[in-house]
Design a protein around this ligand. Structure first.
Ligand SMILES: CC(C)(COP(=O)(O)OP(=O)(O)OC[C@H]1O[C@@H](n2cnc3c(N)ncnc32)[C@H](O)[C@@H]1OP(=O)(O)O)[C@@H](O)C(=O)NCCC(=O)NCCS
Length: 190
């Protein structure tokens, strides 16, 4: 079984200092929250996301290229993961994407995306911890609000995380073969 890899040995997407200690201190001692690492493809990142939607395989090089593309946009992508220290595998993920706007005096909005907790770990408050960490980061980097889309069945979860229902979501899928939610997944993508 792979041994736990500390932050100091990883190439991280953003500074781990942005992750609030109020949240990390509430995780069990078997768990570690950190920014996404360039090598997280090998730690089941896509497999955890598969509870959410289709996650076709990508190569290590393609994954690293996408990671570098995100890191090249400073203060835009904050993807974090929860790792099981015993297996060095990811058990939960989430992202807040920061949108720079021209309205509201050049305001910024945080968009929460792609929240997923491995089936075996659901119900242990990991989803709540991920949302708490992401909303704190969103606020710390200057967003005036944090928003997200979700299925009706997940509304109670997000309400427990402090969100309230506002307006509606509209979507137009451009390439129906690769981006529309697959029929085997009952929960629409976030
Ligand atoms: C939704 C998801 C992220 C929640 O994560 P989780 O770690 O299982 O949830 P938590 O343990 O943090 O739940 C926090 C609270 O919300 C409640 N909750 C979680 N999911 C819920 C749901 N679907 N309906 C009602 N309540 C829910 C929990 O019971 C808990 O309540 P409590 O504080 O009273 O005990 C997780 O179940 C998941 O990955 N689901 C599949 C993918 C998905 O739907 N992602 C979200 C896309 S919008």
């Amino acid at each position: 079984m792979p041994s736990f890899t500390p932050n100091s040995e990883l190439d991280l997407l953003f500074s781990a200092d942005l992750i609030p200690t109020e949240v990390t201190s509430q995780l069990g001692s078997d768990l570690h929250m950190r920014p996404l690492a360039k090598t997280d493809l090998s730690r089941s990142h896509l497999s955890v996301l598969s509870v959410l939607t289709a996650t076709p395989d990508v190569s290590t090089a393609q994954y690293a290229q996408a990671f570098e593309g995100m890191r090249a946009c400073p203060n835009a992508y904050f993807t974090l993961v929860i790792v099981n220290r015993n297996t060095d595998q990811i058990v939960g993920v989430g992202c807040v994407f920061i949108e720079q706007k021209f309205i509201r005096g050049l305001g910024k909005v945080g968009h929460i995306e792609d929240i997923a907790v491995d089936k075996s770990m659901q119900g242990r408050k990991l989803g709540l911890r991920i949302i708490n960490a992401l909303t704190t980061i969103s606020e710390k980097v200057g967003c005036y609000k944090t928003i997200l889309n979700c299925s009706d069945s997940n509304i109670p979860f997000y309400q427990k995380c402090g969100f309230e229902k506002k307006e509606n979501e509209m979507a137009l899928y451009h390439n129906k073969t690769s981006t529309a939610p697959p029929s085997r997944v009952t929960t629409p993508r976030l």
